[in-house]
Design a protein around this ligand. Structure first.
Ligand SMILES: Cc1cc2nc3c(=O)[nH]c(=O)nc-3n(C[C@H](O)[C@H](O)[C@H](O)COP(=O)(O)OP(=O)(O)OC[C@H]3O[C@@H](n4cnc5c(N)ncnc54)[C@H](O)[C@@H]3O)c2cc1C
Length: 418
């Protein structure tokens, strides 16, 4: 079933045109060949020997079409080879791309490269743009983001212990990271390190600094790809053992790493949530398709059963709530109002809603729902993973309660209209 994208009356023509053009490519060029693009990964034992190469050629063909349509790299400014979209335009485009899992990569948006590109745009020097950002955007280089550590709670980046010390013109990095996604393919990692406070050298008041570390630097030891959901992965465990890189590999000023990480995560959470909405949209369409066609004992279609009708209504409510909450949060960010409570709220609500919507679709499809023949099983795992990655639910609940109580203690109450 194709994604039904039509102009949204409240949006301007430019966004509507972008959404329609993106949906045209998703519907005509990606959905019909999803199996050829990604099927070999989930069923490598039965895939023909040429499947990987064929998929690569197909990807290039689709990417060329995307570039010709002017839809390449929606997350980047025009001067860096992207579409130059505003924050809201990008968010509205994301839900369309996420209808087909993996489609975003064919439009030049691949995590963690996309987050790293945005950090490089904002904090990088012209030399760093030339050396790291350009090849990343052209797709000739890969990258990773190395923050989480096995021995410290990743929920709060301030707990990390990886340290970088200046020695002459070089940073010397020591630490132990894991879940550095894309770790094997990456040519460089952006590594979150503790560094001495530049305003108060010698004090114990450490700050965070992000430093670019090429993977081939001596002392970068990839221990393993940590298996995830029972499968091998490229979410890598890495030991940085006396790794030396030039001082100019640091991103932004010394001590700006925490701010940069928040920049990455804040807007990123809205994009992730719009991705989840796109995934839910697909799961919903798949569920309805099955309800309308599957005959059960007695010759009736599944759609005539009340349990099943309940799934339809509950999923509709979940998707609409998740979408509107995310758009409200994005509008608040765009307006310059404080969006922190809303960001935490969507970070909790949307993956949970996705979990429920995909779960119902799986239930309707029966055994096929958990098979590799449909995208539902991988969506289900993504929804569960999203409840941990980029800040787990509980930590965001703590933040919501803190922000709200603070306001009431100050003698105000909450204004749900804003
Ligand atoms: C598939 C995948 C890909 C990832 N990719 C990357 C990547 O590319 N780069 C990277 O750096 N990281 C990556 N991560 C790591 C991810 O961001 C962390 O897992 C996440 O931030 C949580 O940190 P943690 O795993 O250390 O959990 P912890 O911080 O140990 O949290 C465990 C539990 O404790 C709870 N908790 C923590 N603190 C509190 C508190 N103060 N009060 C109450 N409860 C609390 C949490 O809510 C959670 O339920 C990835 C993770 C996954 C699963």
């Amino acid at each position: 079933m194709a994604m039904n994208v039509r102009p949204v009356p409240a949006l301007d023509n430019e966004v509507n045109d972008i959404r329609l053009a993106a949906a045209e490519i998703v519907n005509s060029d990606i959905l019909p060949v999803e199996d050829a693009l990604w099927g070999w990964m989930s069923d490598s034992a039965n895939a023909p020997n040429t499947a990987r190469e064929d998929a690569r050629a197909l990807k290039v063909e689709i990417q060329d079409k995307v570039k010709q349509a002017g839809l390449w790299a929606p997350h980047l400014p025009k001067e860096f080879g992207g579409m130059g979209l505003s924050f809201m335009q990008h968010a509205y485009m994301n839900e369309v791309l996420a209808y087909s899992p993996g489609a975003a990569s064919l439009f030049g948006v691949v995590a963690p490269n996309s987050g790293n590109q945005k950090i490089l745009v904002k904090y990088g020097t012209p030399e760093q743009h030339e050396k790291w950002l350009k090849p990343l955007t052209e797709g000739t280089m890969q990258s990773g983001f190395s923050m989480t550590e096995p021995d410290n709670a990743g929920s709060d980046p301030r707990s990390i212990t990886t340290r970088a010390e200046l020695d002459g013109d070089e940073w010397v990095i020591n630490g132990h990271k894991w879940f550095t996604s894309n770790g094997y393919a990456a040519e460089f990692y952006i590594v979150m390190c503790r560094t001495a406070d530049p305003d108060d050298p010698g004090s114990s008041n450490d700050k965070m600094t992000q430093i670019i570390v090429p993977r081939e630097t001596p002392g970068v030891n990839i221990v393993r790809g940590v298996p995830v959901w029972g499968r091998a992965s490229s979410h890598c465990e890495i030991i940085y053992d006396n790794v030396r890189v030039p001082k100019e590999n640091q991103l932004g000023g010394t001590g700006t790493g925490h701010r940069a990480a928040q920049d990455r995560l804040g807007a990123g959470r809205v994009y992730h949530c719009m991705n989840s909405v796109g995934s839910m949209w697909r799961a919903f369409d798949l569920m309805i398709e099955r309800l309308m066609t599957r005959e059960v004992h007695g010759g009736e279609k599944l759609e005539s059963k009340q349990f099943m009708q309940g799934f339809v209504a509950d999923s509709y409510i979940d998707i609409q709530s998740a979408r509107l909450m995310t758009i409200h949060c994005a509008e608040k960010m765009e307006s310059g109002a404080d969006p922190r409570t809303d960001i935490s709220a969507i970070k909790i609500f949307v993956p949970e809603a996705m979990h429920r919507v995909v779960d119902r679709a799986i239930q309707v499809w029966g055994a096929a729902g958990v098979s590799g023949d449909l995208p539902l099983a991988s969506m289900y795992q993504s929804a569960r993973t999203l409840r941990l990655a980029d800040g787990p639910d509980e930590v965001h609940k703590i933040l919501i309660a803190k922000n709200i109580l603070k306001r009431y203690h100050a003698g105000e109450s909450w204004d749900f209209g804003n």
